[in-house]
Write a protein that binds this ligand. Structure first.
Ligand code: ADP
Ligand code: MG
Length: 365
C-alpha cells in the first residue's frame, strides 16, 4: 500500500481578485520541485508555518497537469490488478469538486472524466493487443455517505431508505448491500450516468435541506479483465470528500452539530489511516468510519493519493491551517526575522486549539 499526499492551491476567482492572499507554494531549495505550503501564523504574522507534501501545485497548475502527474501513472497498475484511490480533501470552496469533476470544457475536465477516458482507452487496447482473448468490463457504482449513512446515487432519491444501505463483511471485505452497479461501454455512457447521479445527489440534499458539501461522494470504477477462466478485478475510487471546515463555528443548530461530528469523525479517521499507511504501521484504524471501512483503506494492495485543496485567501485562514495540520506528514515552523532566519526543526504546538474541531484536539503524530 502506498500513499501520496499532494496539495493544490486554487487561483483567485474573478470576484476575489482584490482580496488578501496568504498561502503560497514554495520549494526547499532553488531548482527543487514545489513541496512546501507556507502560511502565516494567525497569532503572529511575522511567523510563518511551513507544511511539507509529496508535491505542491500552485495557482498555475492545470487540470491536465494534475491528472498527468498524479493519476495517469497509476492506470497501468489498475490494469495489473491494484486498487487505486484518489481523495480530494479540503474546506468547502477550495476546489475539491473542480479537481475531481471539473467543468464541461475539455481543458476544464477533472480527474474523474479523465480517469474514465483513460480506462476505456486502455480497455480497448488490452482487448486489441490480446486479439480478443482478454475481455474487459467497466462497471460503475456511485454513492454518498451522509451522516454516516450510505446512499446509492445511481438510484433516484425517492427510492432511498432513510436508514441508508447496510454494510456486510464478505471474504474479509466490506460490501455495501444492495449498491447498484452499471456497466459502461464508453465515455458517453459514463457521462450520462454521472450527470444523472449528480442530479440525484443535489435533489436528495435539497430534500433534506442540506448541502452536498456535507456528504462524501464516492465513485467506484470496477475493471474486470477476463481471459478464459482467469478473472482479474480491480477498482479505482475517486472521492469528493465533505468539506473539512468546522461547521460548529458558524452554525449552532442541533441537526448541524450532529452532522458536523459525523463529518469530522470520518475525516479524522481518514487522516489517521493515511498517517498510519505512510508510516508503514501494521494497524490501520480503517474500521472506525464507514467510508474508510468500505474502501478497506490500507488493507488492500493499492495506491492512495490524497489531494489537499487550498484557497489562498485570508478569509479561510483557520480552516486552511486545520486542513494543513491534518494532511501534512511533516511540519515545520519558521520564524522570520530581519537579520537572521531561525528554523525550528521541532514544531512547537502553538497552533493547537485554533478551532474547536475534534480534529485539532487529537494528537496528530
Ligand atoms: P469545493 O468542491 O471544494 O467546495 P469547488 O470545486 O466548488 O470547491 O470550487 C469553488 C470555486 O472555485 C468554483 O467556482 C470553482 O469553479 C472554482 N475553482 C476551484 N479550483 C479552481 C481552479 N483550479 N481553477 C479555476 N477555478 C477553480
Ligand atoms: Mg464541492
Amino acid at each position: 500500500m502506498s500513499v501520496r499526499v499532494v496539495a493544490r492551491i486554487r487561483p483567485l476567482l474573478e470576484k476575489e481578485l482584490d482580496r488578501d492572499v496568504i498561502v503560497r507554494a514554495d520549494r526547499v531549495a532553488e531548482g527543487a520541485p514545489l513541496t512546501l505550503v507556507k502560511i502565516p501564523s494567525p497569532k503572529n504574522e511575522t511567523e510563518e508555518f511551513s507544511f511539507a507534501f509529496n508535491r505542491v501545485y500552485d495557482q498555475s497548475a492545470s487540470q491536465e497537469d494534475i491528472f498527468t502527474a498524479e493519476v495517469a501513472p497509476h492506470i497501468k497498475s489498475l490494469f495489473q490488478g491494484l486498487d487505486v484511490t484518489i481523495f480530494a480533501y479540503g474546506v468547502t470552496g477550495t476546489g475539491k469538486t473542480h479537481t475531481m469533476r471539473g467543468g464541461l470544457k475539455l481543458a476544464d475536465r477533472g480527474v474523474i472524466p479523465r480517469l474514465l477516458s483513460n480506462v476505456f482507452r486502455r480497455a480497448k487496447k488490452t482487448m486489441k493487443d490480446t486479439e480478443g482473448a482478454t475481455s474487459v468490463a467497466v462497471a460503475l457504482s456511485y454513492y454518498e455517505i451522509y451522516n454516516d449513512k450510505v446512499y446509492d446515487l445511481l438510484e433516484p432519491p425517492e427510492k432511498r431508505t432513510p436508514t441508508g444501505l447496510p454494510l456486510r463483511e464478505k471474504d474479509g471485505k466490506t460490501i455495501v448491500v444492495g449498491l447498484s452497479e452499471r456497466l459502461c461501454q464508453d465515455l458517453k455512457d459514463f457521462e450520462r450516468l454521472y450527470i444523472e447521479a449528480n442530479n440525484n445527489r443535489i435533489t436528495a440534499a435539497t430534500k433534506l435541506n442540506a448541502h452536498s458539501s456535507r456528504s462524501h461522494a464516492i465513485l467506484r470504477v470496477k475493471v474486470t479483465q477476463t481471459t478464459g477462466d482467469a478473472v482479474r478485478e480491480s477498482t479505482a475510487s475517486a472521492i469528493d470528500l465533505a468539506g473539512s471546515e468546522d461547521n460548529r463555528r458558524t452554525d449552532n443548530g442541533k441537526e448541524r452539530l450532529i452532522e458536523s461530528a459525523a463529518i469530522n469523525k470520518s475525516l479524522f479517521v481518514l487522516s489517521q489511516c493515511i498517517d498510519a499507511i505512510s508510516r508503514g504501521d501494521k494497524r490501520i484504524p480503517y474500521r472506525e468510519s464507514k467510508m474508510t471501512r468500505i474502501l478497506s483503506l490500507g488493507q488492500n494492495n493499492g495506491i492512495t493519493i490524497m489531494i489537499l485543496n487550498l484557497a489562498p485567501l485570508r478569509s479561510y485562514h483557520l480552516d486552511t491551517l486545520s486542513s494543513l495540520n491534518v494532511s501534512s506528514r511533516a511540519k515545520r515552523i519558521e520564524v522570520r526575522e530581519i537579520e537572521n532566519e531561525i528554523v525550528y526543526k521541532q514544531p512547537p504546538r502553538t497552533n493547537s486549539g485554533l478551532s474547536g474541531g475534534e480534529i485539532q484536539r487529537q494528537p496528530l503524530r
